[in-house]
Design a protein around this ligand. Structure first.
Ligand code: HEC
Ligand SMILES: [Cu+2]
Length: 276
């Protein structure tokens, strides 16, 4: 295999891992390397408005932005042009067994900074982005902890993954920026029939048994959004923010494998029995 072919195969594999959404937009790409989003010096002096534990990648993440962006979101106004939002990804501190250590509140403890991922909103910035990937006026960049552009980052994937959040100005956590997240109490799954809890980046139960024609409802208890994406099919649920639920109906008997459209390492299945 030539180097070029090898690279393309690796890229195809990386895209495939993203699930069905990625496949639809696989033609258009965004060139890696430097762009108009420069390293946001002093990013950690902005407003820390959210943190997320990521059991799937054993990371702890912090979201930072400007006070102006927070004010706008709280007032229900559009995020102002010139806003940079930065996601700092840290390795989570691990115990002797390699499991993330938890603090008194049950949250991950941060270890080394591994990446600084930013998005910038600016008048007309989206013009450089292929239309099928465009996230309004936003552009994305990934930096190493020392502030260098990460040339290996798959910037196309940034646009693909954030695209479904278009109605929230492409932010996965606009609700959190606006300070209107549902309380923990509302997020608890009701435990009804054919219900799957999404909690700690896992599906419970991992395998659910239903009868053809029935609906399955997922309830997200995590701080981070999730989405159900059926493997080998275009069937996907709505995005679920914390406390939200989404349903899918399965009409044919068989074994259904599904993943989270945003976190493809999250896997679950449904055994659909034929109607008696
Ligand atoms: C696999 C899907 C996926 C990809 C690829 C992705 N993101 Fe995200 N992004 C998310 C999710 C989900 C969150 C919410 C936090 C979390 O779960 O880690 C998020 C959060 C963010 C945030 C915080 C603001 C917000 O509310 O959304 C920034 C900034 C961000 N991502 C930048 C990037 C950049 C830059 C890239 C590309 C280098 C990228 N993302 C690639 C899914 C993705
Ligand atoms: Cu998920």
């Amino acid at each position: 295999m030539t180097i070029q072919a090898g690279r393309m195969a690796a890229r195809a594999a990386a895209l495939a891992g993203l699930g069905a959404a990625a496949v639809v937009f696989a033609q258009a790409t965004v060139a890696p390397g430097p762009n108009k989003l420069k390293f946001p010096e002093g990013w950690n002096q902005g407003v820390l408005y959210a943190t997320v534990d990521r059991p799937d990648t054993k990371q702890y993440r912090e979201f930072y932005t400007s006070p102006e962006a927070v004010q706008a979101a709280r007032a229900g106004k559009p995020i102002p042009h010139g806003t940079v939002i930065t996601l700092a990804a840290y390795a989570a501190k691990l115990d002797a067994e390699g499991k993330p250590v938890k603090d008194a509140n049950g949250r991950f403890v941060k270890d080394k900074l591994v990446a600084v991922n930013s998005m910038l909103k600016g008048e007309g910035l989206g013009a450089d982005i292929p239309e099928s990937l465009r996230n309004g006026d936003w552009i994305y960049q990934s930096f190493t902890p020392d502030g260098q552009v990460n040339d290996k980052a798959n910037l196309t994937a940034c646009y693909q993954c954030h695209l479904p959040f278009a109605k929230d100005d492409y932010l996965t956590n606009l609700a959190k920026l606006a300070g209107r997240f549902p309380s923990q109490a509302q997020a608890a799954p009701a435990g009804g029939a054919n219900e799957v809890a999404v909690s700690g980046f896992a599906f419970g139960p991992g395998t659910l048994k239903i009868t053809a024609g029935q609906k399955v409802t997922w309830v997200n208890a995590d701080d981070t959004p999730h989405q159900i994406s059926v493997v080998g099919s275009s069937q996907r649920s709505e995005l679920m923010l914390k406390g939200q639920s989404a349903s899918l109906q399965f009409d044919a008997a068989g074994n259904i494998a599904y993943i989270c459209g945003l976190h493809p390492t999250m896997k679950g299945s449904i055994e659909v029995a034929a109607k008696p």
